[in-house]
Design a binder for this molecule. Structure first.
Ligand SMILES: *Cc1c(COP(=O)(O)O)cnc(C)c1O
Length: 347
């Protein structure tokens, strides 16, 4: 398989001195979602970023950030994380034989993500505070201890994540809309920059409208002010004061896009719909995109027939506990043929 850093070597800031590392990131499926598309009256696609090696899009940025850290002779990397950044950082650090420190908001990280960081061998610390507090301290630690920070304040992270936009464009050109969940607002900025770079290179003729969806309990880019105590079931976007807010607002504005917010209930309903009507199990944050499209459709703000790509940022298996809110556990029956037959026929 072609490694991401090689596939897009012309468009990444890599040099002959950049080590080309890989654990199989990128090249994720862009799946046409006809069951939902028909319902919404649009041509809908899902970019399945949950199929990256650690189960989220973070791997696209992490591979470049870690390669550049290695190139610069790094002593180790550090990140604050709502979960997926830590999983990705820990995996690439393992591959690159670098020390990795992870700072998490205690009790606010999905089980699967925590399991990943621990198994990949990172030094994991949980602070009693929210993500924004953890990130502030992590930035200070990075500079005090001379470590490379691999949050989306790292420009290579964002540059690596542009590759998602390039893959979409390589496959279907420029869609009309590109819809993303927004937390720290790095990915929407990266996709926009990716489309802009491709347009400059003459590979696409238009930039899609960038649509950023936040959870109502953590929607600083919708309300215009930071949230002191962000709360949402979509832990990956539970961020009250996004570090890339300014850049993301500029990207959305210049593409004639918009930000909107959806409730936790809408997110969970969309998660279930995506799984049960398209066979794609994405984590709650990812499904804010579909919830956003539903909302726009309800309000009469979704033009008919447009081509829309949703970035399904992370894998649903990372957060299995959330399922308890949505579905009942399986009905138990005796190990008896007739009992089982009756139960099957009665459903
Ligand atoms: C990190 C993450 C996001 C948010 O991306 P930002 O760049 O912080 O806006 C959304 N969904 C998932 C699954 C993530 O891991």
């Amino acid at each position: 398989m072609v490694r991401l850093l090689e596939r897009y070597v012309k468009y990444f800031p890599v040099t002959s001195g950049t080590p080309i590392i890989s654990i199989g990131e990128g090249n994720t499926p862009l799946v046409r979602l006809d069951n939902l598309g028909v319902k919404l009256g649009i041509e809908l696609y899902g970019k399945c970023e949950g199929l990256n090696p650690t189960g989220s899009f973070k791997d696209r940025g992490m591979v470049l950030a870690v390669a550049k850290a290695l190139e610069a002779g790094s002593k180790g990397i550090i990140c604050a994380s709502t979960g997926n950044t830590s999983a990705s950082a820990a995996a690439y650090a393992a591959k690159a034989k670098l020390k990795c420190h992870v700072v998490l908001p205690a009790g606010k990280v999905a089980k699967g993500k925590l399991a990943q960081a621990l198994m990949y061998g990172a030094n994991v610390l949980a602070v009693r505070g929210n993500f924004d507090v953890a990130l502030d301290m992590t930035r200070r630690l990075a500079s005090d201890l001379g470590l490379n920070i691999v949050n989306s304040v790292n420009p290579y992270r964002l540059w690596g994540q542009r590759s998602g936009a390039w893959e979409v464009s390589d496959e279907i050109g420029s869609p009309d809309w590109c819809v993303l969940p927004v937390g720290n607002a790095g990915n929407i900025t990266a996709y926009w920059a990716g489309f802009v770079q491709y347009k400059k290179a003459g590979l696409i003729d238009a930039i899609p409208k960038m649509i950023g969806v936040q959870a109502q309990g953590a929607a600083p880019l919708v309300t215009g002010k930071p949230f002191q105590n962000p709360e949402t079931v979509a832990t990956a976007i539970c961020i009250g004061n996004p570090v890339n807010a300014k850049k993301a607002m500029a990207a959305v504005k210049s593409s004639n896009g918009m930000f909107l917010a959806v409730s936790d209930e809408e997110i969970l309903q969309a998660q279930r719909d995506l799984a049960s009507s398209e066979g794609i199990f994405a984590e709650p944050a990812s499904c804010a995109t579909l919830a956003g499209l539903y909302k726009l459709k309800r309000n009469g703000d979704l033009p008919k027939g447009i081509r829309v790509v949703m970035i399904l940022t992370g894998n649903g298996l990372k957060d299995p506990m959330i399922v308890d809110y949505m579905v009942s556990p399986p009905k138990e029956v005796e190990a008896d043929f007739d009992d089982l037959k009756e139960a099957i026929m009665s459903c």
